[in-house]
Design a protein around this ligand. Structure first.
Ligand SMILES: O=C(O)CCC(=O)C(=O)O
Ligand SMILES: [Fe+2]
Length: 254
């Protein structure tokens, strides 16, 4: 803890807190939702929210101030809860409409007893996507995603191995492993190897065809060979950032 005092006797105390990470622990009830044909560990929960909740959440997303949106290539996003930073995230209040879901998902045990404190809202129009990437070390190694408005395919890739990095370059296609069909109103939970080792991305497509590479096709109620047309999808990626800088402003006269 550091204490700073300015000339007017206004005291600003900055409390730094670094929460410890705990091993992942998901409640027994979630076990039935494990996608067995994916590497450890993917939970896919269809109809986690109702259609009314979906409409409400979409309404809230689109009611947010225009300045909340950041336009990126291939998607736009809203960041809630603060900007994760290696030195600690300066936490910002999460609005009630998102906090409800942070708490609901955390109560499943998704973040080892901690409560989610960060939400990214991504919006993808048909034909948009996100490059293969890792979510990285600033988060508790679990990401939970509620999907709204449309399905998508989330694609998984092997990391570029040091062996192959030195030799022949690998193509994205040769590193592709499997896809998940993520339907609207579903909750997806990724942790362990799928979070820590693999990369994930969304191909910029307007249509997706169900092949046997879609490992959760039965849980998602999909027919092999079927082609699904994408609409606008909004995803809420709900996470826990362990390293939070708690600033406590104490204003007063000495
Ligand atoms: O929209 C999604 O489901 C994936 C988003 C994502 O990978 C991310 O925000 O890191
Ligand atoms: Fe991601």
């Amino acid at each position: 803890m550091t204490g700073l005092s300015d000339q007017n006797g206004i005291c600003i105390k900055v409390l730094m807190s670094k929460e410890m990470e705990h091993p992942a622990c998901i409640l027994e009830e979630l076990k039935q939702f494990v996608v067995k044909d994916a590497p450890p560990t993917v939970y896919y929960i269809p109809d986690f929210i109702s259609e009314d909740e979906e409409s409400y959440l979409l309404q809230q997303v689109y009611k947010s101030p225009k300045t909340k949106w950041t336009q990126l290539s291939g998607r736009r996003l809203q960041n809630w809860g603060g900007l994760p930073h290696p030195k600690g995230m300066l936490a910002e209040k999460i609005p009630d409409w998102l906090r409800t879901y942070c708490e609901k998902i955390s109560s499943l045990g998704a973040f080892s007893g901690k409560t989610a404190n960060h939400v990214l809202v991504n919006e993808y129009k048909p034909g948009e996507g996100i490059m293969p990437h890792e979510d990285g070390p600033l988060y508790h190694p679990t990401v939970t995603t509620i999907s709204l408005g449309s399905h998508t395919f989330l694609d998984f890739y092997a990391p570029i191995s040091s062996q192959e990095a030195a030799g022949a370059p690998q193509t994205e296609e040769s590193r592709f492993l499997f896809s998940l069909l993520v339907k609207p109103r579903s909750l997806l939970i990724l942790q362990d190897e799928t979070y820590q080792r693999l990369l994930h991305g969304i191909r910029p497509r307007a249509q997706d065809t169900l092949t046997d590479k879609v490992v959760n096709r039965s849980a998602a109620g999909a027919v092999p060979g079927e082609t699904l047309t994408r609409g606008t999808r909004v995803s809420l990626t709900i996470r826990h950032v362990p390293n939070v800088m708690k600033t406590k402003l104490v204003l007063g006269r000495k």
